[in-house]
Design a protein. Structure first.
Length: 464
């Protein structure tokens, strides 16, 4: 029996990215979706490639990273919770130095390269490592070598290179190092203010300082949060702007300064933060807040570690930025980093480091794809489903399993999409489902092979 009506999921839905919820069609598919590649072939739904385990030699969990500008240098420097310093080059982690005495904490520890030397913060000190391969380490550079007072514990200690100086956040003070002289308290805020994050405003080139009024180490208190705008030399900030929640990081992509604050992502509008999205897996009160170590970019796409999931935000087609879940790790992610050649480095417990080629579809991880909920004004009977692939599927392969959920959350699977034709095929139809629904959500499990889904067509009749 040929059904009279059809619903089609195709490129127009895929390029709209992920909706805010099942019931709000502000995107093309449900946020319950996990692991999709929408950039390998625009307008086609693929599963991302399988990650590659590069954990050999790793000790501890990676929580901070920095680039290397040395000629013939490394692609990345990494710092772990156990005070281990690694270089990343030619797809290999190499342990270079160890600081067994410092306390390295997720969200507190920051790392930057300044004047071809690596600096990192602990709970109370600044560590210096010199040489392209981190040949030497001074684990008490700030407190002993430079003879300065300990950085205040239970505070975040962000680092920033700005106006030819390295800046160090220390509670209500900003210190600087120009390669010759340490200057303490260059900017001294009022005692109750705590510096959480540092960034640079793309338009003016001024420094942006995220603070809370009072110590709010894990964002557990209802403290006033602000962004201060500073030129780097005035005795006080040029502007002070109250924002909705503690600013945990600033990150620039394509001239847009993105900001993570509380459980949300927004962007700097010149006078505050414009809201973009609420993170689904970040707990505001003491949870896995998104500091600078959990953000990376490749090309024009921003990648954010939203709990166990990597959330991507970028342009699939020109002029339209959308969200989509690029990967699901199964455990909370501690670090994301661009490690070159279109690959994303992913760090998490316990002592794990994987790489993901964000454009590759050569292998298949597996994808859980959910449509938005589709409402019908009266009951309908779902008859069949047609799936068209972007490349051929070999005989004997089953690239997809397809289900529908009704308004009571009962699931029904369509009959098998295994290719039994004896030759390669580009489409497959499943007939005779005959399920009565008033609301429908389509669930597609991509598995085994990765030909890419061009469209899914569901056929139905109105129930009499």
């Amino acid at each position: 029996m040929i059904a009279k009506y059809q619903i089609e999921l195709d490129a127009k839905d895929f390029i709209r990215g992920m909706s805010s919820s099942d019931d709000i069609a502000d995107g093309g598919f449900s946020p319950k979706t996990n692991r999709v590649n929408l950039i390998a072939k625009k307008g086609v739904l693929h599963s991302p490639a399988t990650i590659t385990d590069k954990s050999a030699n790793l000790e501890g969990n990676i929580i901070a990273s920095a680039g290397d500008a040395n000629v013939l240098g490394n692609q990345k420097y990494f710092v772990t919770t156990t005070g281990k310093f690694f270089t990343w080059k030619s797809s290999t982690l190499t342990l270079r130095q160890t600081d067994a005495s410092g306390l390295y904490l997720n969200g507190t520890t920051s790392a930057v390269q300044f004047q071809l030397q690596l600096f990192a913060t602990t709970s109370n000190d600044v560590v210096l490592l010199a040489g392209s391969d981190l040949d030497t380490i001074d684990a008490t550079w700030w407190t002993v070598t430079k003879g300065k007072t300990d950085l205040q514990i239970s505070q975040r200690h962000p680092l920033l290179v700005f106006e030819k100086k390295m800046w160090i956040g220390d509670k209500s003070n900003l210190h600087s190092w120009d390669g010759i002289t340490v200057s303490e308290n260059v900017l001294a805020l009022s005692d109750e203010q705590s510096i959480v994050s540092l960034g640079i405003e793309p338009g003016t080139g001024y420094m942006l300082i995220g603070i809370t009024e009072g110590t709010n180490y894990s964002n557990t208190e209802p403290q006033i949060a602000k962004i201060l705008v500073w030129d780097g030399f005035s005795s006080k900030p040029l502007r002070s702007i109250i924002v909705d929640d503690a600013v945990n990081s600033f990150y620039s992509v394509g001239g847009i300064l993105f900001i993570t604050y509380g459980t949300k992502l927004g962007y700097w509008n010149g006078n505050g933060i414009s809201f973009l999205r609420t993170f689904e897996n970040v707990v505001r009160w003491g949870g896995s807040l998104i500091y600078h170590n959990k953000i990376a970019k490749i090309d024009n796409t921003l990648y954010i570690a939203d709990g166990k999931r990597i959330l991507a935000y970028g342009e699939i087609v020109a002029g339209r930025k959308v969200f989509y879940p690029a990967y699901y790790a199964g455990t909370d992610i501690d670090l994301l980093a661009d490690i070159g050649n279109g690959k994303l480095g992913i760090g998490y417990a316990t002592a794990k480091f994987d790489t993901l080629d964000v454009e590759s579809i050569a292998t298949i991880t597996g994808t859980d794809f959910y449509s938005n909920k589709i409402n019908f004004p009266r009951p309908v009977i779902i008859r069949s489903a047609f799936v068209e692939y972007a490349s051929s599927v070999a005989d004997g392969s089953t690239p997809i399993r397809l289900y529908i959920y009704d308004e009571k959350q009962n699931s029904t699977e369509f009959s098998s999409f295994e290719n039994t034709t004896g030759s390669a095929e580009y489409s497959r139809e499943s007939l005779n489902l005959d399920v009565k629904v008033r609301t429908m959500q389509i669930y597609a499990l991509l598995q085994n092979v990765n030909p890419g889904i061009r469209r899914i067509v569901i056929s139905y009749d109105v129930a009499e």
